[in-house]
Write a protein that binds this ligand. Structure first.
Ligand code: TGC
Ligand code: FAD
Length: 417
């Protein structure tokens, strides 16, 4: 077994920041994506090239290490720089700030390919792009854009996004984290929890209320006195992603770190629209990986003297997987077009995020059954995808919150409270 020598990794235990070797699995990753309705014909040459490059990257850099990282609860920190190198961070941000200057379909494709490898790896990329670079690009000053965006794009810096709090998850408008104007700086107090990337992040985009109760975004940098990022332990999901808290104990934040161009809950919600869109494509990638692995296994596994693929009940599962994947591919592609035209609504994004995650979870669970006992091992990706997707169905708005967003859109009646 080959190893990646002395890569810095984040062990989600008590060994933060230490280096260790991550063994590389030698088995070939033979993934082939289903494209039953020839959706490739709807993509540009550029989209296809990007997809091919990211797919190769995932086969080379993620597949060989991901089972080990998930089993041992390791965030492979070295992937951050590599994501920067392939343009996975902020693909839709203009090139003058280090982004890719690409469209939303390209963004979706990149998230799909990375989550095909692992949802936790996609989390790292989508938080950086949609939840850290996007608000700085959309709501930040020119000086903030120049200072942070190129370093975030290249992976020199890692960011996180702090909205959720211990007492406010689905209802972020109730947040308690607050800042006071002290004349030459702001004084920030409060806590965020369930924050992807936080234990490794160099900066956090934090949403907090001012003295009038208005929500603003602030850029908080690691090293500011009173700011800490404790790791969240005992996760059985997204084990290759690092998750933590953000604790603010009288943190002095320079005034120039406030995002000046938008305030109110609408600001973080706009970031969530972009990230939820990426998850719609991403979860589909996990579903496609499970489908592909199950199809291969069913053709090879012999029971009662025949490949199990010859049994009607296995064929039913595979046919249903392909049906749901094909429908979701069309939804994501059409939503990407609407995003490119600036016409996509929050409710349309909710439908796509909710649908992709639901079908991915069902396909992960059912495809695991096709593998029988082998399905529970790390030799195959289904169990890891299924466990990861339990977070994906919860974060960026739970499955039921997205249903209620759709309910409100249909009826005009708000059913949250
Ligand atoms: P509501 O009354 O509906 O709206 C309050 C204000 O916000 C505005 N707004 C939006 N503006 C722009 N875009 C959107 N998508 C918007 N959604 C809402 C709205 O117009 C209003 O503005 P104004 O000026 O009239 O005041 O708000 P509500 O308090 O009733 O809550 C609505 C609800 C429940 C749908 C929303 O808060 C929600 O979606 N909750 C779920 C929370 C959530 O998604 N949290 C995600 C945290 S981040 C995360 O999980 C990252 S995981 C990353 C990873 O690892 O990949
Ligand atoms: P709650 O809001 O307490 O919900 C509990 C249950 O009640 C859910 O089933 C929910 O659907 C239901 N419920 C709540 N309100 C209603 C209602 N009105 N009607 C019907 N049912 C309702 N947040 C960040 O800010 N940044 C991050 O980077 C981030 N990363 C995350 C990473 C992971 C691994 C996880 C698990 C979460 C992450 N989150 C992050 C937080 C995530 O967004 C929240 O967990 C999510 O929004 C739900 O909030 P909650 O966990 O407090 O659940």
């Amino acid at each position: 077994m080959a190893t990646i020598a002395n890569e810095k990794v984040h062990l989600n235990g008590n060994l933060n920041g230490k280096t260790q070797e991550i063994p590389r699995r030698q088995a070939q990753d033979n993934y082939e994506a289903p494209d039953f309705y020839k959706i490739d014909d709807l993509l540009t040459e550029e989209h296809l090239m990007i997809r091919s490059a990211v797919r190769d990257f995932v086969k080379k850099e993620i597949s060989p290490i991901i089972e080990h990282c998930a089993e041992h609860n390791i965030f492979p920190s070295h992937i951050v720089k590599k994501f920067g190198e392939i343009g996975a961070f902020g693909p839709t941000v203009p090139t003058e700030y280090g982004g890719g200057g690409l469209d939303y379909i390209a963004y979706g494709i990149i998230m799909q390919e990375i989550e095909r490898g692992d949802s936790g790896m996609r989390s790292t990329a989508s938080v950086q792009g949609s939840l850290v670079m996007y608000p700085i690009y959309k709501f930040g000053s020119e000086a903030q854009k120049k200072k942070y965006l190129p370093k975030l794009a290249s992976g020199e810096m890692l960011g996180c996004f702090g909205l959720t709090e211990p007492n406010h998850g689905s209802n972020p408008s109730g947040m308690e984290t607050n800042f006071k104007d002290m004349g030459d700086h702001y004084l920030l107090n409060g806590a965020k929890m369930w924050i992807s990337n936080s234990p490794e992040a160099d900066i956090a985009v934090v949403w907090a209320k001012n003295e009038e109760g208005r929500i603003h975004g602030l850029i908080v940098e690691r090293g500011m006195e009173g700011f800490s990022t404790p790791t969240t332990h005992n996760k059985w999901s997204l084990r290759a992603s690092c998750t933590g808290e953000l604790v603010f104990d009288n943190v002095k934040v320079p005034k120039e770190n406030l995002l000046p161009l938008k305030s109110g809950l609408g600001a973080p919600m706009m970031c969530l629209d972009s990230a939820r869109y990426g998850i719609a494509w991403g979860a589909l990638g996990a579903a496609m990986d499970c489908y592909d692995s199950a199809k291969r296994y069913a053709a090879e596994r012999i029971q009662f003297g025949k490949p199990i693929a010859s049994f009607q009940l296995i064929q039913k599962k595979l046919a249903e997987f392909l049906t749901e994947i094909t429908k979701a591919q069309l939804v994501c592609w059409r939503l990407g077009k609407l995003m490119n035209e600036g016409k996509a609504t929050t409710a349309q994004i909710s439908l796509a995020k909710r649908n992709s995650v639901q079908i991915a979870l069902e396909i992960a669970r059912e495809s695991r059954q096709i593998l029988g006992g082998m399905g529970i091992t790390g030799e195959f990706p289904m169990m890891r995808h299924a466990m990861n997707l339990e977070s994906v169905v919860t974060y960026e708005g739970t499955h039921d919150i997205h249903l209620l967003i759709l309910g409100k859109e249909i009826t005009g009646i708000q059913a949250f409270v």
